[in-house]
Design a protein around this ligand. Structure first.
Ligand SMILES: *Cc1c(COP(=O)(O)O)cnc(C)c1O
Length: 456
């Protein structure tokens, strides 16, 4: 029976898999072979001089990125995780400094703070944009707060004007994690450097990539210089670079190679097209999903662009007559097994709120004594379940994401997704009656017992 849900023994909506994402074409291949012919795969040297800032392709890639969006500086790095660590170092986070972070993000959006001894403090998100809620941010500010690490999640943008007002009021630095939102604007300003510094990921799964990589952007000369120093063993040349003396910089090797930069240049040329295709697919989904009461898609307000890294959908189980997890499972049953994450029809929850991970529950990040959570020894940091109710509800009950919003998929593919959703919802009662839905989620129990300190 074609119109009976597959999970109840009916036929699947679709028996062919979604076309895989393809990202490397003749332009990238030529760019790589051109670099190979030069025999120069990296010109970086961790020493003062011309080679400190990297080779020809690295510099060309950075110039292309900064000119395309009008940033004063672009600094390529070997991953955006490295980029986050560098930006945390560049803005001067010290042990015991508190940084307000989003719990609804990839783990590095908060662990980057821990590498410098900073303490991530998790604010809740706005239930519509899924990005940091300015009101929640302001409530958490203390004398130890030094920065806000804003994430632009799923391809959307956080409400930067409101966040910058708070930052100015309390003299805080703002880092933007725009890994999922390259090439878009908030109120006509390109995101990434609306705050003091920020950047993008170029890992394989992102809109554009060079295998692994990242790009830091900033309009601040001092932060750019510090980022360049941290990227490349800055301790070796803290005295001579740009005639500034910066002894308190420990560098690493976070350098991009010439081949990666050459690929990145070709990829950046394609970003506008990639974004346009995703926006067209999103518009189709917005229209079709509006026919289902139980599904709500977030349509960005005027001034907020969206890059659609994935397409977020909010689910109302009461209106659907079934739980979210069962809904997702039933829709996915309508398709053949996904060949990879990018072809998964629906996924539930996104990531677990970051503070529920063991590193925060046990409060030991580096070593075994509780560093850096023990630096401010009069404060007992609270990472209990319940501190960010909006995120917890999104994670456990409401959020669904689909990555089927990418090249080379078309409206025809999404039509199948809509048919599958429609079929499952029509039979929601029957499906619910046939399956016991185990929504119980194991919550990590901390081993450490809280001591008699100020709880916050
Ligand atoms: C991908 C991603 C990162 C990490 O980027 P890498 O280049 O993989 O290190 C950080 N934050 C967010 C929100 C991401 O999506």
């Amino acid at each position: 029976m074609k119109n009976y849900p597959a999970i109840l023994g009916g036929q699947k909506t679709r028996n062919t898999s979604f076309l895989a994402r393809k990202t490397m074409f003749k332009e990238e291949i030529k760019a790589v072979t051109d670099v190979m012919h030069t025999d120069n795969l990296s010109s970086f040297l961790g020493a003062p001089g011309n080679s400190f800032l990297g080779g020809e392709k690295v510099i060309e890639f950075e110039n292309f990125w900064k000119k395309k969006y009008g940033f004063k500086h672009a600094i390529s790095v070997n991953s955006w995780t490295s980029g986050l660590m560098i930006t945390v170092g560049a803005i001067g986070i010290e042990p015991g400094d508190e940084v307000i972070c989003s719990p609804y993000s990839m783990s590095a959006s908060a662990t980057s703070v821990l590498f410098y001894g900073g303490i991530p403090i998790f604010a809740d998100v706005d239930p519509n944009t899924y990005n940091l809620d300015p009101i929640s941010i302001e409530k958490l500010i203390t004398k130890n707060t030094k920065a806000i690490l804003v994430v632009h999640i799923f391809g959307g943008t956080a409400d930067m004007n409101k966040i910058m007002l708070i930052a100015d009021k309390y003299n805080l630095k703002v880092i933007e994690d725009a890994a999922q939102s390259p090439g878009i604007s908030y109120k006509n300003k390109p995101i990434g450097a609306i705050g003091h510094i920020g950047g993008f990921s170029l890992n394989y799964h992102k809109h554009i990539h060079c295998g692994e990589g990242g790009m830091i952007v900033t309009n601040d000369d001092d932060l750019a210089l510090k980022s360049q120093l941290i990227r490349n063993h800055g301790e070796n040349c803290a005295e001579v670079l740009d005639k500034k003396y910066l002894p308190n910089i420990i560098g690493g090797n976070y350098r991009l190679t010439e081949i990666q930069a050459a690929i990145g240049i070709e990829q950046l040329k394609k970003l506008d097209n990639i974004l346009n295709n995703r926006i067209n697919l999103a518009n189709y989904l917005h229209t079709k999903l509006s026919n289902f009461d139980c599904l709500e898609s977030y349509i960005p307000e005027e001034g907020f662009e969206h890059a659609y890294y994935v397409f977020p959908i909010k689910f109302n189980s009461e209106l659907a007559g079934m739980s979210r997890n069962l809904f997702v499972k039933s829709v996915n049953e309508e398709f053949v097994d996904a060949t990879g994450w990018e072809s998964t029809p629906l996924a539930e929850g996104y990531v677990k709120p970051l503070y529920l991970n063991p590193i925060y529950q046990e409060q030991i990040a580096i070593g075994s004594k509780g560093y850096p959570f023990n630096v401010n020894n009069d404060i007992n940091y609270n990472y209990s379940k319940g501190i960010c109710p909006v995120v917890e509800k999104l994670y456990s009950e409401q959020m669904i994401i689909t990555p089927l919003i990418r090249d080379p998929l078309t409206e025809d593919d999404l039509k199948d997704l809509i048919s599958a959703i429609s079929k499952v919802l029509k039979y929601s009662k029957e499906i619910s009656n046939n399956f016991i839905d185990d929504q119980n989620e194991t919550i990590y129990t901390p081993v450490k017992v809280a001591s008699e300190k100020n709880v916050r």
